[in-house]
Ligand binder design. Structure first.
Ligand SMILES: [Zn+2]
Length: 273
């Protein structure tokens, strides 16, 4: 198997790419001071005038007898779900859908969970138990949710498989070696995921690696939301205190790296193979 990383406990991680989409720099860093933004963009080989392409990745983890997926994605169009690329990537690793026993969903935005179901809204991974925060599930039940399209997708895609989901409350173990870290903000019940006390899946709480370096810069879609800053602070403290490997699902391939002291500031250093 061509896997991206092996933890010291022996869990093997593979980052499965299923697509990408463009994001305007102005939407990601609307309030950033121009000189600081230019410096950060240049260092990460971005240009202010060109969109940043977000990877859409699913993380696969083999740990002991468990086969775990974090944020299974079957395309961004919730009406035309295409699990083919995700199943193809798993197939390349020799993994069948029925092998997956654990699915962890950081939040119910379409780029993070559409692969929970097939085109007929049946579970794509028939043997899997799915995990999400209770506050996330309950928030999307709001009939007047401001993100109306996303709420409609939630109702269409996962309400009918509610019995497949275990709802979590904040920080708690999911299975041996996999721990939920409550990081609300980007969505009401967004969570991050800690693997073997060594790899931290930050989900969209730190949506681009420049937010690791400038946690005070909010994206347009995070303005006015509660808990964004405290969740970012919580993640950064964990990362630095325990020297965790970070995985960001939208970061440049494969999205793994570390936060290291660069001069007087912390900076993102991608993990190279
Ligand atoms: Zn996302």
């Amino acid at each position: 198997m061509d896997l991206s990383y092996t933890t010291s406990a022996g869990s093997r991680l593979a980052v499965l790419n299923v697509g990408q989409f463009p994001m305007d720099v102005s939407a990601l860093f609307p309030d950033a001071p121009e000189d600081q933004l230019d410096e950060a963009l240049t260092r990460h080989h971005y240009k202010r005038t060109e969109p940043i392409f977000f990877q859409v990745n699913t993380l696969y983890v083999r740990m002991g007898s468990h086969h775990v997926l974090v944020d299974p994605n079957a395309g961004l169009d919730t009406n035309v779900r295409e699990p083919g690329p995700l199943l193809d990537r798993l197939g390349e690793l020799g993994i069948e859908p029925a092998d997956i026993d654990t699915v962890v969903v950081t939040h119910f935005h379409p780029d993070h969970y559409t692969g929970c179901v097939d085109a007929d809204c049946r579970p794509l991974f028939p043997e899997a138990t799915c995990y999400v925060q209770r506050s996330e599930w309950e928030n999307w039940e709001n009939p007047d949710h401001p993100e109306a399209d996303f709420a409609a997708a939630f109702r269409q895609l996962v309400r009918s498989i509610r019995d497949r989901f275990v709802l979590l409350d904040g920080d708690q173990p999911i299975i041996d070696g996999v721990e939920a870290i409550g990081t609300p903000g980007h969505s009401a019940g967004h969570m991050s995921v800690l693997i073997d006390d060594e790899v931290l899946v930050v989900g969209d709480a730190l949506i681009n690696m420049i937010h690791l370096e400038h946690p005070e810069w909010l994206a347009v879609f995070e303005q006015g939301l509660d808990h964004v800053f405290e969740s970012r602070r919580k993640l950064l403290e964990l990362i630095i205190e325990h020297d965790l490997l970070v995985y960001g699902s939208h970061y440049p391939w494969p999205g793994l790296g570390r936060v290291e002291k660069l001069g007087t500031c912390y900076g993102w250093v991608p993990e190279t193979a």
